[in-house]
Ligand binder design. Structure first.
Ligand SMILES: O=c1ccn([C@@H]2O[C@H](COP(=O)(O)O)[C@@H](O)[C@H]2O)c(=O)[nH]1
Length: 224
């Protein structure tokens, strides 16, 4: 992938999503559509964004019983997404069925531990160990289930890469040096994530919330 940055078009406003995507398309490698956009616009919205002719990452974070996730995957296959997310904590059978139901050319990746969570949150949820432990445990499970890779923070991607040499590593929660964290708790810079072994970098607000999204995307591209 020449430019590993996928910009997260996190808005329920279709026109705004198209405007931002048009302004940054020369400086990103793809477009990520998540729950906010998909719940508002569904397949129609994805078709509109596809007109911009960049790969589409559908970040739907599917998490349910295996049969339901497999059927949901079948229902988005006609959109031919480049990447789709499921929650790795849905378990091995769910991930196996998700991968089996997906298009041959769609990468299915498992979210390990959301980048908005830290060690303190893990304790409250009832997860054992550190974020590294959780990411490595679920990376192993995702690999065994036949997924293409995982989603984790830039802090853990180096360790995950060591245990899964040919895995595909999606890293969100990225902030240029000094950038506002917002709800992200395990953030690193795009450059750090890339150096640590990220395959795909997800960047939302540092680009979409900038006064000049094109300049922000260009500045990030220049650091990679
Ligand atoms: O662990 C995760 C998984 C997914 N995301 C998604 O990435 C973007 C990040 O947006 P920013 O504005 O750059 O914080 C967003 O769409 C999340 O749903 C994540 O942040 N962490």
């Amino acid at each position: 992938m020449s430019n590993p940055v996928f910009v997260a078009l996190d808005t329920p406003d279709l026109e705004q999503a198209i405007t931002i995507a048009k302004s940054v398309r020369g400086h990103v490698g793809g477009l990520k559509l998540g729950l906010e956009f998909f719940c508002a616009h569904g397949h129609h919205g994805v078709h509109e964004i596809q007109k911009l002719d960049l790969p589409i990452f559908l970040d739907l974070k599917l998490h349910d019983i295996p049969n339901t996730v497999a059927k949901a995957m079948q229902a988005i296959n006609m959109l031919e997404p480049a990447v789709v997310t499921v929650h790795a904590s849905g378990g091995r059978a769910m991930m196996e069925d998700a991968k089996a139901a997906a298009n041959e050319h769609t990468k299915v990746v498992g979210v390990t531990l959301l980048t908005s969570l830290d060690q303190n949150d893990m304790g409250k949820i009832g997860y054992q160990g550190t974020p590294h432990d959780q990411v490595e445990r679920l990376a192993d499970l995702a690999r065994e289930a036949g997924l293409d890779g995982i989603v984790c923070s830039g802090n853990e991607v180096g360790a995950a890469h060591k245990i899964w040499k040919d895995g595909f590593f999606v890293v969100p929660g990225l902030r240029p040096k000094g950038g506002a964290m917002g709800d992200q708790k395990r953030a690193v810079t795009p450059q750090q994530a890339r150096n640590n072994g990220a395959s795909l970098l997800v960047i939302g607000r540092p680009i979409t919330g900038a006064e000049d999204p094109n300049a922000a995307a260009r500045a990030i591209e220049a650091t990679l």
